[in-house]
Write a protein that binds this ligand. Structure first.
Ligand code: SF4
Length: 546
């Protein structure tokens, strides 16, 4: 095994790795980050842009650094998907932003949720989305209102710093960390420590691209460690000590890769340091020449886990980590923590489905009120666009289930509603080709009518473009938004279908079959055909897997 040499031996054509001497920016994004660190945009919002409004924002801040503060320009209403590829970014946007509130580990108090709800109601036209990374995303935000929004969020310990951008984004943890009896380890402290030390730090505010972290001891692997850039997965070593197995290099988008185990055991008190070392490998050796090769999965594909471990230990940790065991397989088929779950203190956690993550400020305020009335005011967001209310005594569970149902929040949803996720899509996303949030709701409602008795776990993930924010490659039936030809030869909104994706012990990405393209109108029919085919052919005890 050879360790790459630093600046002294520069390869003929590098990929922009800082550690090999490529410090001069090799593309406009790298130039933007070098000219002014992304975090510096916060002060300009406070000092300048809140007064100038949208039209006074410097373009490199507007479409670049704003993301470091969780802000994306929003797609203008009424622009069809067929225009996405032909219009310039400025032609696709209106004067509003999407704003992502980071909720590390998905842990919220009722007061915090009420503040988010109030912001959505007052500044965001009462629209909110619970994302599949445990965030809440708001829409229709004006730059003039951002300082007030930050004040309100920060007053309750929330924020938007590095919720997007080439930075350490929200860190996932099991929403039931510290709550369930059977977890391997509670990762709450290591998430809290790592966030406190490194989020907003200039040390990691210029990474090659986004940096997705998961730290969890969940027995169901609910945070999807296989598809995060860096994951600490709860394990118990041969001495009976609980700690973490380190995985690096997962990611979806247009070139999906599963994370690799480095084979090391990380003690809880080492996690923050090891996370910083892995992040430093990415910062210094990550590819910066081409944006579409700037995720760590490409470095891992070239190096492999052995070399990655060696470089991590030799150059960044300056010590060897001990070997460690692999995690046990997930205990249950579904990773979403929907339903009524027994807490180790004897109370109950009550998880429920929204409508493919879509909610509103008024609904979130109602959830905060229910969490206080039926529990102890603790709420969790999941990595499957769901919510959980904690600490509900046995005698109050069914009353809470009924109250949630009044708001169309389902503790016992159909398999289709439970298993359907959708990304932001054409409604607000400038990259989208297809509308997704409302359409996904139509699909699951239609399937509920057509297959009322279907009760197997099934994942149907609907995405508005190839970027796979709602993970089409890991679904039983995954839909990737694209323009497709209908029967009359017209190009219309539709999907390329990917079948049979799943995470877990035999994780695999869904396969794209030639000719499996559907228009939006054909989508429910297609799902019904696949699901009926399974029902007709299944062997006793066989679970659905497309
Ligand atoms: Fe936007 Fe595409 Fe991501 Fe959907 S998958 S939110 S359309 S970038």
């Amino acid at each position: 095994m050879t360790t790459p040499t630093r600046a002294s031996s520069r390869p003929q054509r590098g990929e922009g790795q800082w550690a090999l001497g490529y410090r001069e920016p090799l593309n406009p994004n790298e130039r933007m980050k070098k000219d002014s660190d992304g975090l510096e945009v916060r002060q300009r919002i406070l000092d300048i842009y809140q007064y100038t409004g949208f039209n006074g924002i410097d373009p490199s801040d507007l479409r670049g650094r704003m993301r470091w503060m969780g802000l994306y320009t929003q797609r203008a209403q009424g622009i069809p998907g067929g225009k996405t590829a032909v219009l310039e970014p400025e032609e696709l946007e209106d004067s509003y932003f999407m704003l992502r509130v980071r909720i590390d580990g998905g842990q919220l108090s009722a007061d915090q949720l009420r503040v988010i709800a109030g912001i959505a109601t007052e500044f965001g036209r009462n629209v909110a989305d619970v994302t599949d990374r445990q965030n809440v995303q708001l829409h229709w935000i004006r730059i003039e209102d951002v300082p007030t929004i930050w004040e309100r969020l920060e007053a309750v310990g929330l924020g938007t710093t590095e919720a997007c951008g080439d930075t350490p984004r929200v860190m996932l943890n099991c929403p039931l960390a510290g709550i369930l009896e059977d977890e391997v380890i509670d990762a709450t402290d290591v998430v809290t420590e790592t966030v406190a030390k490194y989020v907003g730090s200039p040390e990691f505010s210029n990474l090659p691209r986004k940096w997705k972290t998961s730290m969890s001891g969940c027995v169901d692997h609910c945070t999807g460690h296989e598809i995060n850039d860096v994951s600490f997965v709860g394990v118990v070593n041969e001495d009976g000590q609980a700690g973490y197995d380190l995985w690096v290099g997962g990611g979806l988008s247009t070139n999906p890769k599963l994370a690799q185990r480095l084979g090391v055991f990380v003690r809880p008190d080492e996690v923050t340091e090891v996370w910083a070392a892995v992040t430093s490998v990415f910062r210094d050796y990550g590819y910066r020449r081409q944006r579409n090769r700037a995720r760590i999965k490409f470095l891992m594909a070239d190096w492999g886990p052995e070399k990655f471990r060696q470089v991590l230990q030799d150059e960044f940790l300056h010590r060897a980590l001990p070997d460690g065991p692999a995690p046990a397989p997930a205990r249950h088929d579904q990773r979403d923590h929907v339903g009524v779950m027994r807490q180790k203190d004897g109370a109950n956690a009550v998880g429920f489905a929204l409508r493919t993550g879509r909610t509103s400020g008024s609904e979130l305020a109602a959830v905060a009120e229910l969490a206080e009335r039926f529990g102890a005011g603790r709420i969790r967001t999941t990595a499957q666009q769901k919510l959980v209310i904690l600490d509900v005594p046995d005698e109050k569970v069914e009353d809470l289930v009924a109250e949630l149902a009044v708001h169309d929040l389902q503790v016992r949803p159909s398999a289709f509603r439970r298993g359907t996720m959708a990304c932001t899509g054409l409604e607000f996303c400038k990259l989208a080709i297809v509308e997704t949030k409302h359409f996904a709701q139509e699909v699951y409602r239609e399937l509920e009518k057509r297959l009322p008795d279907f009760d197997e776990p099934v994942a149907i993930n609907i995405n508005g473009c190839p970027n796979s924010c709602a993970r089409f490659q890991t679904a039983d039936i995954g839909f990737k938004g694209s323009m497709v030809r209908d029967d009359s030869g017209e190009m219309v909104e539709g999907f390329q279908v990917h079948l049979g994706g799943h995470l877990g012990i035999d994780a695999a990405f869904g396969r794209k079959f030639r000719g499996h393209k559907v228009t939006k109108d054909e989508t429910a029919d297609y799902c019904e055909r696949v699901l009926r085919g399974y029902l007709d052919r299944r062997e006793p005890g066989e679970r659905f897997a497309a």
